[in-house]
Design a binder for this molecule. Structure first.
Ligand SMILES: NC(=O)c1ccc[n+]([C@@H]2O[C@H](COP(=O)([O-])OP(=O)(O)OC[C@H]3O[C@@H](n4cnc5c(N)ncnc54)[C@H](O)[C@@H]3O)[C@@H](O)[C@H]2O)c1
Ligand SMILES: [Zn+2]
Length: 381
């Protein structure tokens, strides 16, 4: 009897659970020798790790004392601190392929292993790019993020994603990789331009609109303090926004975004396109503010919320100083932008709209004519 070379179907099953936990600490002056935040995070009792500090060029320029403070801090706690690396920040760094090469070269040169740390201090863009290099070098080097922008601290720096751009496509290459820790040092924010202080507030409005009416009311009530970047209101807004982002990742049922729904991307389908169309002249947060206005007005046009509710959202954005009526809006190709967003999501088109202030819901279709109407309404603001 000849043995068949066709195997009967064999199907083994593999199942395991990995739980993740990482601290997101809010503090001031993280490198003051008396501040134990970082010392407590880096457990060096049984290992001899090293730390590679990576600075956003702007942070390094505007906080000239920081590089020596960082090395003194780590030498005080007996952790080897490698020479600081200063890299270009801003969206350009996510377009710069050589930046990832530079980081891999550092790993190789200093023999940085999976028990050692990248410590990135910079805006959301640099945090994203360094996060990608950290996640892929040796299949994962520990990453401590110290976001230095409002948007970095309340959104980009606290989650599980990282990415770089490719062929002019935003976040085309990236991974899901939780950080080792996040340290949000409010003192870093002092040197931000008004634009960058403002831009990050858009993500707080976004999360309030889809999740938390009380938070929206707080933002509305403190809008003048926020517009003046008063520390108390700003810090409260950052902590609450970061908390909602963390809550969504932990309890939203899809931390690694395997489905198509992406509620935290409210207002982002157009924002991504507007950023690209302006060659990043618009900051991410500024584009998100326009995207929020657009999808809020569209929600009202589709009668999911009232005109008065939409007006309040627009009023909040304007009072904060966002420019909604940007000339580039006229060139927005709705169909193309939605199509690219669908590709970015994978699967069905899924757009978050508002059914109330504090309540997002998903739709799978957009009425192009009504969306054009929404654009025209913004044009007349
Ligand atoms: N991974 C995620 O989940 C996630 C979420 C949201 C946004 N993002 C990404 O975050 C990026 C936007 O981040 P951003 O808004 O922080 O902008 P950014 O990183 O582009 O920074 C804006 C500017 O501020 C400078 N800067 C940084 N810190 C500074 C400081 N303390 N003082 C003075 N200048 C400083 C930067 O050099 C840059 O020129 C986008 O690329 C976006 O895609 C990622
Ligand atoms: Zn965003």
């Amino acid at each position: 009897m000849s043995q068949s070379n066709v195997l009967e179907q064999v199907c083994l099953s593999q199942k395991f659970t990995v739980s993740y936990e990482y601290p997101v600490v809010f503090c001031r002056n993280a490198f003051d020798p008396t501040n134990e935040t970082l010392a407590n995070l880096i457990n060096n009792k049984h290992e001899s790790p090293c730390v590679l500090p990576i600075f956003d060029e702007q942070v390094s320029l505007l906080h000239p004392e920081l590089k020596s403070d960082v090395s003194t801090y780590f030498s005080n706690i007996g952790v080897e601190c490698l020479p600081c690396l200063v890299l270009e920040g801003g969206e350009g760094c996510k377009n710069n392929e050589s930046l990832i090469d530079t980081l891999y070269a550092e790993v190789e040169m200093h023999k940085i292993d999976r028990h050692s740390y990248f410590l990135v201090i910079g805006g959301g863009a640099l945090v994203d790019a360094v996060g990608f290099a950290a996640a892929t070098a040796h299949r994962g080097i520990r990453l401590i993020r110290m976001p230095s922008t409002v948007l970095g601290q309340n959104d980009a720096g606290v989650g599980v994603k990282n990415a770089v751009n490719f062929h002019n496509r935003k976040n085309f290459v990236g991974t899901f990789a939780p950080p080792f820790a996040v340290v949000n040092d409010f003192t870093l924010l002092d040197t931000l331009t008004a634009r960058d202080k403002r831009a990050g507030i858009a993500e707080a409005i976004k999360v309030a609109l889809i999740k938390d009416a009380t938070f929206f009311e707080e933002l509305y009530a403190t809008r003048h303090a926020l517009a003046n970047f008063e520390a108390k209101a700003t810090e409260k807004m950052i902590i609450k926004c970061a908390k909602w982002h963390l809550d969504h990742i932990a309890n939203g049922g899809d931390p690694f975004e395997l489905g198509s729904a992406r509620p935290l991307d409210f207002g982002h389908w157009s924002a991504h396109k507007l950023e690209q169309m302006t060659h990043n002249a618009l900051r991410h947060g500024e584009a998100v503010a326009i995207g929020i206005a657009l999808d809020t007005i569209y929600s009202a046009l589709m009668q999911h919320i009232s005109i008065e509710q939409a007006d309040r959202v627009v009023e909040l954005l304007l009072d904060l100083g966002f420019e909604l009526n940007h000339p580039i809006l006229l060139d927005l190709d709705i169909v193309k932008a939605l199509d690219e967003f669908k590709e970015h999501l994978g699967g069905d088109l899924c757009i978050t709209l508002l059914s109330d202030i504090g309540k997002g819901f998903e739709v799978n279709e957009i009425d192009d004519a009504e969306m054009l109407n929404a654009i025209n309404q913004i044009k007349s603001i």
